[in-house]
Design a protein around this ligand. Sequence first.
Ligand code: NDP
Length: 329
Amino acid sequence: MSWQAAENRYEGVPYVRAGRSGLQLPAVALGLWHNFGLEADFERQREIVRTAFDHGITHFDLANNYGPPPGSAETNFGRLLDLDLRPYRDEIIVATKAGYTMWPGPYGDWGSRKYLVASLDQSLKRMGLDYVDVFYHHRPDPNTPLEETMAALDYIVRSGRALYAGISNYNGAQTRAAAAELRRLGTPCIVNQSKYSMLVRQPEADLLPALEEEGIGGVAFSPLAQGLLTDRYLGGVPADSRVAAGVGFLRPEHITEERVQLARALDMVAREGGRSLAQLAVQWVRRQPAITSVLIGASKPAQVLEAVRALEMPPLDGEELAAIETILG
Ligand code: NDP
């Protein structure tokens, strides 16, 4: 008997229109950057993805290079589709990307048409899909004409490999230029995926206003600063944490006394409002009108549930926002 998703799955998270597009995305999305590689416990992966979908998280974010090794998160997601999710394909948004190093030589990196089309074809094969819902250019390429990269996205959509085009790690000016080019081609840019959290606020000055003006949905990645904005590191480095795993960019040297103190102060504000720090961090990112989806990662189903519960809580009030602002300085 195949897996049955919860019948009440659409009672959980709210859906938000991505910019001025027709696509609605769940206010919280699940990313498969960490914890979905070859070495990660597959049954745990399955539980995390099932929990997300059971609670209305329809949006799964991948990239060609997620693993380790690169490609393995897409392969595992393909297995999860086979086991559980393929009957629900039309209820799911699968996003993937290309833009970072994927294979050796001049055609396995950056933003040429050659790389993007070949990479997406590989991604589709790994996941066993005919198309993805969103295909992103993963980072700006200073050496490829923007016109070529955007023409590749336009081609990818027109050829049926993706339904929508997006860009990632493009700043405000780069986003405006990309959006103008895609508009000219007739394939709108509907999402921009960028890092945004209480610890990374650069998008406020430049990117978020551009997204609102251009009608592009903001997808905020690492909203919990990879765990720094949760209770994970308030009392040391747990053995099952991302830092202890030692496979990513979050390293023991990033868990400084100063950051832990800051997290403790934010945790106090969260608790006074009846929230966890992770829930405070989700709500803080979500308060921005330019943000469509808060894109979290998770190593266990309970972390997904905590983010979903955050969406059921009242938004942060003026006093809480002011207290946070004081702490962030
Ligand atoms: P987060 O900031 O949400 O960090 C996720 C980590 O935080 C988890 O693995 C877990 O760490 C910890 N965590 C999550 N929830 C809780 C909780 N409730 N309590 C305690 N700890 C918690 O996001 P990521 O950095 O994982 O990024 C999210 C997604 O964004 C990625 O999967 C990817 O899809 C996308 N991304 C995109 C990039 C781009 O260039 N476009 C770059 C980076 C990410 P632990 O494992 O220790 O339990």
